[in-house]
Write a protein that binds this ligand. Structure first.
Ligand code: HEM
Length: 415
């Protein structure tokens, strides 16, 4: 048995700009030295498909934790620190289960299908405003989309969250271990917390909590004694945060990938069923989320002893390119037989509760976007976000030929 901390492992410089642009090249090199494990500046990275799947379900040995992130920014005993350490994701197992069970009914595949017309409406409205420009930063466009869908889910007006986008971005940047950004994080949390408090207060004041929105379901769970006031606030905040950067980055990642595959773009415009295949393959080919886990007791895996106290990062963008799991992994092929085997939504007890909503959002969005933005092409140098946390684009400048307005092309059929 080898002790992890004494092993000679390859080093992945995940903070380097070249890594953000093409992490797969570096992972291929690292695999020559070890098939699934590497070091990085703040711990260890698991990049092998099978190891990530096996380890991500070991809840008794590994705890989802942002403690290291909180300590890095010296945010303990601050409102932001309390949220990061005591929200749905980071709660102890029994509390996590109670909270997750209390809202799970709002995130089923059926519920996701019910919201598809709302999603189409949202993306159609956005395209009506953006498509006539003929060129824009797709990352900027994509950032509007999940916020608007989230507002639709919560039953609140999109105008009420105009200032929230920047705060969500600043909060997410805390996961990248960037130094000296504490003032930004603190200000972002103040804004997000204020938003959540006012949304809950307004809905409770109106006394109207039975119209089926996710917000109503959360408030009803509180009224039924399944969560307290703080848990309700943290819950709402977790959903807004978890659904925002992930969805927008993934949508931009899909569009960027398809710029090299114009025939697939046209196919997506014609057939929403095909969009489903493209989305699944993109979730393997260029997933965006990395997970953090703290080892809470010593355990052994594949001849290695993992000691208590270290941090493991699961790099799901890299596991999708593991050649052992996916033959010819750098080829984007929506028809590949292993298309659904990716781990982009995580594994085990914390697997993404919003995954069906995310799929509805990505499939409907891609279909309508492909119909309205014809012959898309790169119109400038893309700017990549840091790899850790939620990877993606800071900027993705594209140009395209605008198609006629929505009424002329019709609306999508349901998947
Ligand atoms: C393409 C879009 C998305 C991706 C790639 C994604 C990915 C993930 C991943 C990998 C996890 C597991 C985290 C962990 O185990 O540490 C997760 C959890 C979570 N996601 Fe998503 N997500 C997406 C969209 C959404 C949306 C739209 C929502 C809300 C409507 C959402 C809400 C959540 C929540 C609340 C959790 C925590 C679940 C728990 O701890 O039990 N996600 N997501």
């Amino acid at each position: 048995m080898q002790l992890l901390t004494e092993m000679a492992l390859p080093f992945l410089d995940v903070d380097a700009p070249e890594f953000h642009k093409d992490p797969f090249r570096f992972a291929d090199e690292a695999r020559k030295e070890h098939p699934w494990l590497a070091r990085f500046s703040h711990g260890y990275v698991i990049h092998g498909y099978q190891a990530a799947r096996d380890l991500a379900v070991r809840d008794e040995d590994l705890q989802l934790s942002f403690s290291q992130v909180v300590d890095f920014h010296q945010g303990r005993d601050t409102p932001w620190g309390e949220f990061m350490i005591d929200m749905l994701m980071t709660s102890p197992a029994a509390k996590h289960k109670r909270l997750r069970d209390s809202v799970a009914a709002g995130f089923t595949p059926r519920r996701a299908n019910q919201i598809r017309p709302m999603v189409r409406e949202v993306v159609g409205d956005l395209l009506d405003r953006w498509a006539p420009r003929g060129a824009f930063d797709f990352a900027d466009f994509a950032a509007n989309y999940p916020v608007a869908v989230m507002c639709g889910l919560l039953g609140i007006s999109a105008a009420s969250v105009a200032g929230l986008r920047q705060s969500l971005d600043d909060h997410m940047s805390s996961l990248t271990f960037k130094p000296d950004i504490w003032p930004k994080i603190e200000a972002a949390y103040r804004e997000m917390d204020g938003f959540v408090r006012s949304v809950i207060a307004e809905r409770e004041k109106s006394g109207k909590t039975e119209d089926g929105s996710e917000l109503d379901a959360f408030i009803n769970a509180k009224n039924a004694g399944q969560m307290d006031e703080t848990e309700l606030r943290f819950m709402l905040l977790t959903f807004v945060v978890a659904g925002y950067d992930t969805s927008k980055n993934m949508l931009a990642m899909i569009v960027h990938t398809l710029l090299d595959h114009p025939e697939m773009w046209d196919h997506c415009a014609d057939d929403i069923g095909y969009c489903g295949k493209v989305v699944e393959e993109a979730l393997r080919y260029a997933a965006i989320a990395t997970l953090y886990r703290e080892v809470v007791r010593d355990f052994d895996y594949d001849g290695i002893r993992f000691p208590k106290g270290i941090t493991l990062t699961f790099a799901f963008p890299l596991t999708g390119r593991d050649p052992v799991a996916f033959p010819d992994p750098h080829r984007f092929d929506p028809e590949r037989s292993s298309v659904n085997r990716h781990s982009a939504f995580g594994r085990g007890s914390h697997i993404c509760i919003g995954q069906y909503i995310a799929r509805a959002l990505l499939e409907e969005g891609l279909h309508l976007i492909a119909r309205r933005l014809r012959q898309p092409r790169l119109a400038g140098e893309p700017v990549w976000k840091p790899f850790l946390g939620a990877w993606g684009f800071e900027k993705l400048p594209i140009a395209f030929d605008p198609a006629p307005v929505r009424s002329a092309v019709g609306t999508a059929t349901s998947a």
